[in-house]
Design a protein around this ligand. Sequence first.
Ligand SMILES: N[C@@H](CCC(=O)N[C@@H](CS)C(=O)NCC(=O)O)C(=O)O
Length: 211
Amino acid sequence: MYQLHFYAPYSSWSLRPWILLKELNIPFEEKQIPYLQDKTALRQLLAQISPTAKIPLLTDGDTVIWDSLAIVEYLAEEYPQVWAQDKDARAWSRSVCAEMHSGFEQLRTFCNYDPLKRFNFSEICTAVEQQKVLQELQRIDQIWSQGLSRFGGDYLAGDKFTAVDAFFAPVVGRIEIYGLHGYLSDATLRYQQKIQHSATLQQWLNKENAN
Ligand SMILES: N[C@@H](CCC(=O)N[C@@H](CS)C(=O)NCC(=O)O)C(=O)O
């Protein structure tokens, strides 16, 4: 059986494969790592598990897969429902997942993923920082609007939860944490609320720290 090594609810990168496995009902064993405040101790602990000293990490017998994008692609080999059935939707999904994986630096930097807290965006960010974040949020709104209208479902690539929804789940959280709802259009706000209040995401947020 797959084993997913992660820490919850503070690891945004771990949320991606975890929520995908849960939403798709793929059996796996949860190997939750204690989230240590001492960063050196945390890094030493992670180095024992992962070649990059980072999580998430998936094992499948002797096969070890690290990095959320590689994990998703590995799962897709056995479970084609990881990506949308429609070829065009799959191509779009892979493109925006890659864009998310390698970009959105401002959002990551200034809107740290601290999912159990709430912050006032205009108080914790300077005007310049806000502008940088909002530029990226505009792109998120554009991506989500495009997926919702083009593939015609409640999810980004159609009527089922797929990897592209998993990849944007941490952004759903960041919008909630920093109260950025007002910068979304109606359809994307509905999508953000649907994911934020889904039973699966709530299960993630309620995860006990393994400490
Ligand atoms: N690109 C990697 C990023 C993984 C990553 O940065 N994970 C963070 C947790 S959210 C981590 O393990 N940080 C530990 C550290 O940097 O010491 C992925 O997609 O899995």
